[in-house]
Design a protein around this ligand. Structure first.
Ligand SMILES: [Mg+2]
Ligand SMILES: [Zn+2]
Length: 160
């Protein structure tokens, strides 16, 4: 079985100004992100992104906006030599609609585990919110909680 590092998006991959990020000009990769990605790839982990994008449901932005950002994220990781296996996102918002996928639910992680034959007990989820950790643990994946926008190299010490 394989192992993976799950990453939340906003506040972990890119700067989170505590508002929705959907315009390219507001998107900025965090410092150390690509160095961390290189090291975990070297250690044999796949990289999978798990993100809530309830702004779609709220009509703050469109699916196309999200996919434009995600194409940019995938390009950045690919150019770093650390391609992302898949980006999963939940387009629903709990204020408007119930769904199974939105974090803290674990469904997006469970789908990835099944699709890519990943061992949850050897995998980690780096997130900046408690709901990321609840989502991870619900799928049997170890959660690593960071402060928003603080991708520190010391995170690597918590990963086998
Ligand atoms: Mg976040
Ligand atoms: Zn959903």
């Amino acid at each position: 079985m394989k192992k993976a590092i799950f990453l939340d998006r906003d506040g972990v991959i890119n700067y989170d100004p505590d508002d929705y990020i959907y315009r390219m000009e507001d998107f900025r990769f965090l410092d150390n992100l690509f160095e961390i990605a290189k090291e975990v790839t070297k250690r044999g982990y796949q990289i999978i992104v798990i993100t809530n994008q309830g702004g779609i449901n709220k009509k703050r932005y469109s699916t196309e906006d999200v996919e434009r950002i995600h194409a940019h994220v995938e390009k950045g990781f690919k150019e770093n030599g650390t391609p992302i296996t898949e980006i999963y996102y939940c387009p629903h918002h709990s204020d408007l609609q119930k769904c199974m996928c939105r974090k803290p639910g674990s469904l997006m992680v469970e789908r990835a585990l099944a699709k890519y034959n990943i061992d949850p007990s050897k995998s980690y989820f780096i997130g900046d919110k408690q709901r990321d950790i609840v989502c991870a643990e619900g799928a049997g994946v170890k959660g690593i909680k960071i402060d928003v926008n603080q991708m520190k190299l010391s995170i690597l010490e918590q990963i086998d």
